[in-house]
Structures are given as C-alpha cells and as structure tokens.
Design a protein around this ligand. Sequence first.
Ligand code: SF4
Length: 81
Amino acid sequence: MAKVMSVDSNLCLRCGLCASMYGDNFELSGVDGSAVVTSQNDIPEDMVGMCPAGAISINEVADEVDFPATNQDAESDDKAA
Ligand code: SF4
C-alpha cells in the first residue's frame, strides 16, 4: 500500500503553516490561496496533526494506483496521451 497526502481546500484556512514548514510538499495556490500538495515524496505525517483546520489527510491506496502530485501534472499527462 502506498500513502497519498491531500488537502481539503474547503477546510484549509490559508494560514501557510504547511508550506512554511514543508515547502517541498506544499504550496499555497495562486487560485484561491488554499494549500495544495506539490510532492508525495517524504510525506510529513506530523503535519496532519499540526494543521489547525484538520485539512490535511493521508490515505493508503493500492500500489498500482498512480496519482499525479499536482493538477499541473495531470494536465501534462492528458496532453501527452
Ligand atoms: S496548515 Fe492546514 S490550514 Fe494552514 S495552509 Fe496548510 S492545509 Fe491550510
């Protein structure tokens, strides 16, 4: 099983704590200011408890499921197909 981290933009307070602590994994979206996951590498599991809104979750998925790290990756994959 692989772990996949996600942010619920409806819960995110846009405080920037995750991006300031783990800039390799999160950034604040230019669209609505909510945090987005930029990398699934070295998932900072402690961030789940530190997010003041409880907006960050980590779920286990089957290893063969290939989730893009960002929406931008998904768009690139679509263009390549
Ligand atoms: S720490 Fe939580 S509430 Fe703050 S920006 Fe990150 S996901 Fe949003």
